[in-house]
Design a protein around this ligand. Structure first.
Ligand SMILES: [Zn+2]
Length: 145
């Protein structure tokens, strides 16, 4: 192992320092090519999170409650045929659908369908009932509609 034998002459004040000196013992100037090892490199700023705050779609996409739709369709059909039977069916389906929607939170949508099923079903039922109330006596009396 050979130490550098030449004296380290200070470029700042000209003082001849001991070989191997890192800095001038008189003025403190750093000698030769030695540099204080800057281990502290400029730390790059942490990478900006690529993840942006995009709201993820809910795990369960809201879907229209099928019972509510079925009830609504039953209620609509009840306006034309079998209103006495389809009307109550629509109301029951709408009520069940509403309770399902209420229990499951937001996982089921179609609350409007469920309410519409109840309303339409009730209208179809009472409409059909009114027709029957008029229709049956008229039939009994021999009238044909
Ligand atoms: Zn010096």
């Amino acid at each position: 192992m050979e130490q550098p034998t030449n004296n380290q002459q200070c470029t700042h004040c000209g003082f001849s320092n001991q070989p191997g000196s890192l800095y001038c013992s008189r003025c403190g100037q750093w000698l030769s090519s030695w540099r204080p090892i800057q281990t502290i490199e400029p730390i790059p700023p942490p990478p900006v999170e690529a993840r942006q705050a995009v709201p993820l779609p809910p795990a369960t996409t809201p879907r229209t409650n099928s019972l509510a739709v079925a009830g609504f369709i039953s209620g609509l059909a009840g306006f034309f045929i079998f209103g006495v039977a389809l009307g109550p069916l629509a109301v029951v389906l709408g009520v069940v659908a509403l309770s399902q929607i209420r229990k499951s939170g937001d996982s089921h949508s179609g609350k409007g369908f469920a309410i519409a099923a109840i309303v339409v079903g009730a209208l179809a039922f009472f409409g059909a009932l009114a027709v029957l109330i008029w229709y049956i006596p008229l039939q009994l009396l021999g009238f044909s509609l």
